[in-house]
Write a protein that binds this ligand. Sequence first.
Ligand code: ACO
Length: 333
Amino acid sequence: MAKLRYAAILGWGMAVPQRVVTNDELAQQIDTSDEWIRTRTGINQRRIVGPGEYTSTLGADAARQALERAGLAPTDVDLVILATCTPDRPFPATACAIQASLGIPGAGAFDLNAACSGFVYGMHVATAMIRSGMHRTVLLVASDIFTHLLNWNDRNTCVLFGDGAGAVVLQATEQPLGLLASTIGAWGQGEDLMAAEAGGTRMPATPELMKQGRQHVMMNGREIFKHAVRGMSESSLQVLAEAGLTPDAVSLVVPHQANVRIIEATAKRLELPMERVFVNLDRYGNTSAASVPIALCEAVETGRLRDGDHVLLTAFGGGLTWASGVVRWGRPS
Ligand code: ACO
């Protein structure tokens, strides 16, 4: 019988735009305050793209770092997956631009849209492809320029988001590393709870609709909040049970960084202290699909993760979508 394959994380990287926008700066333009944003969300500042920075440029920067840390060449990669809901262009897939920018010859490349859950969805898909034996080395990138979708006069949404990218390189191994268990889920009935109405095939963007701002994200924050806590905590418990672990065995939770109150409520349901939860949304806001890999990257680089640790990844996003996975950290010996 063929040995079971795993997909170890060999490298990790992140990229954020240069430009920092503080809560005080936003408060000069709309009716909000640093105090409201900090206490209701935990966000102090966010990064916002400038000219020449796109989903593909940030994604490629993060990917280059991940390949370098993995000690791999572009020619080693046989599949590129980009998790994004804000592609460079509606067509073709932005993953192809990243593939070209890195000089990865011939490898398959496609985009995956699961909004803020995109990276954890991507971990699930990439690991399944490696475990099946169909791919050996997968570059998984998550990059979103979510600020592109915002109405800067809507205080309900514009204070919450920032731009960024993260990436990992996964490679086949027979050692039990990488994702040990994962789940992805969606509740399509909730798609209107958070959406950009115009700009797709259902409602093509016309000058009239654009004038009304229908291309911007609309969100029911309170409803999303409830679904987020339930989706992340239930799917987390499910993957821990599948991996044969109790929450106590988790060294670090790396959750989607949308709102610190969502993160605290999720940790409470998992009966885990906040000391074992990684939070960096104070500096970046909600970077959509990029939030989990950016947090993972910072967790590793600040020594919060050691070989052999169990890391719980959990995310929630528009769709509505959710995904969780438990990773055994470490590179194959
Ligand atoms: N500044 C000041 N006041 C504000 C602001 C702001 N930026 N935004 C909203 N308010 C006001 C509201 O208008 C409301 O006023 P009202 O009572 O007079 O109507 C009041 O503050 C309270 O509003 P609530 O909705 O009760 O505030 P809440 O405590 O729920 O916080 C928030 C709102 C931060 C949006 C919260 O509900 C949340 O984080 N929800 C989850 C959103 C989310 O994570 N979305 C992303 C999903 S991931 C993805 O796919 C990209």
